[in-house]
Ligand binder design. Structure first.
Ligand SMILES: *Cc1c(COP(=O)(O)O)cnc(C)c1O
Length: 360
């Protein structure tokens, strides 16, 4: 077996330890006599899994007691609708457009109320994060929505989004658990699991309790946070196996990596190595202004489309997969989430140096 280094933006690499544990427990989890996939979600055994997973989310992110942690389905994209359906109480919300995902969230909100694009970095192909000041937002907006880490363009809020006293909602799909965050500064955080914490489909929502319960009568039951909060994420059958995988990955993050602050140090180290190389290379160039660079997603180009293609082809043959950039950006992108080993980044840099020597 030869596992590749997978630089995909998502679904992406998972810690080998979590995968091995899942393999060991495939036929029988603990002494339950069954696979997790076969368990009743109402069983004692499964109860331990979902409450264990929630406890890990709370511990690792230091989630205050007045926040609910929900395990939902439908990916981050379903949150693009759930956020306005539940939080638009007066019908107004402001969005910061920093890329495709932020734009999709905004466009979905337009279906439900008066959504406003309060700031945008579209003028420079989303290669930076616009500076935010509270006066840019409507004082009576129900919330401000930001995409904290822009997966496609490789930007990240390295200074905290200044929205004044307005409730701040953040899509953290591609950075959750990669860095410490002060949850109390957010009204709500959500993340599709498939980048840093689990299988695709599972979505983690962390929401302040006072924001729950504002959905209108006609909001579908499954899209109402109140229903999920009141039922411990078990109004219907939750994505049981995905929550189990999430728990194994968070156990690895806690026990093997030493928690989120330690993980952040490793992530900073991996990203610095990569950016230092890009900044010194005469062939490869980063596309993002240095102050807004993401440590999770790193887009880069050679400036020559044929050369980019050759690089993507040869890197794949060498065991570095999915380095092709998003179709809207071109070039390349290396996504280096929590589970990408330091060694994977080192080896990719070595490969790039060699490629540069051969083709420069
Ligand atoms: C991947 C991603 C999404 C979409 O997630 P799905 O789970 O596929 O709906 C949304 N926002 C961000 C920032 C992402 O990286």
């Amino acid at each position: 077996m030869a596992r590749v280094y997978n630089f995909s933006a998502g679904p992406s690499m998972m810690p080998e330890k979590a995968l091995k544990r899942a393999a060991e427990e495939m036929l029988e989890c603990g002494s339950s006599g069954q696979s997790v996939m076969e368990m009743s979600h109402r069983s004692k055994e499964y109860e331990a899994i979902i409450t264990g997973c929630e406890a890990l989310v709370r511990e690792l992110l230091n989630v205050p007691d007045n926040y609910k942690v929900l395990f939902l389905q439908g990916g981050a994209s379903t949150q693009f609708a759930m956020v306005p359906l539940n939080l638009m109480k007066t019908g107004k919300a402001d969005y910061v457009i920093t890329g495709q995902w932020a734009k999709k969230a905004y466009q979905e909100a337009l279906k439900f109320g008066d959504a406003k694009a309060a700031a945008s970095s579209a003028d420079k192909t989303f290669t930076y994060i616009p500076e935010l000041t509270p006066d840019m937002f409507r004082a009576d907006a129900d919330y401000v929505h930001v995409c904290y880490n822009n997966t496609i363009y490789g930007t990240h809020y390295n200074t905290f989004p200044n929205v004044g006293d307005l409730p701040l909602v953040a899509d953290m799909s591609s950075c959750i658990m990669s860095e410490p965050v002060d949850v109390s500064k957010f009204a709500m955080i959500y993340a599709g699991a498939q980048k840093n914490i689990g299988p695709a489909g599972l979505t983690v929502v962390i929401i302040r309790e006072d924001l729950i319960g504002g959905a209108k009568e006609n909001v579908p039951t499954m899209l109402n946070y109140q229903i999920h909060a009141d039922n411990g994420s078990m109004y219907n059958t939750p994505p049981t196996y995905s929550i189990y995988m999430c728990k194994l990955i968070l156990e690895w993050l806690k026990d093997d990596m030493g928690g989120v602050a330690q993980m952040h140090k490793v992530n900073l180290h991996k990203a610095k190595m990569f950016y230092d190389y890009l900044d010194s290379s005469s062939m490869f160039k980063g596309t993002v202004v240095p102050k807004d660079r993401s440590i999770m997603n790193i887009p880069f180009v050679t400036g020559n489309e044929e050369m980019d293609k050759l690089f993507v082809k040869e890197s794949k043959e060498a065991g570095f997969w999915n380095l092709k950039g998003h179709r809207t950006v071109g070039g390349m992108r290396a996504s280096i989430y929590n589970a990408m080993p330091v060694e994977g980044v080192e080896k990719l840099i070595d490969f790039m140096k060699d490629f540069e020597k051969r083709n420069g």
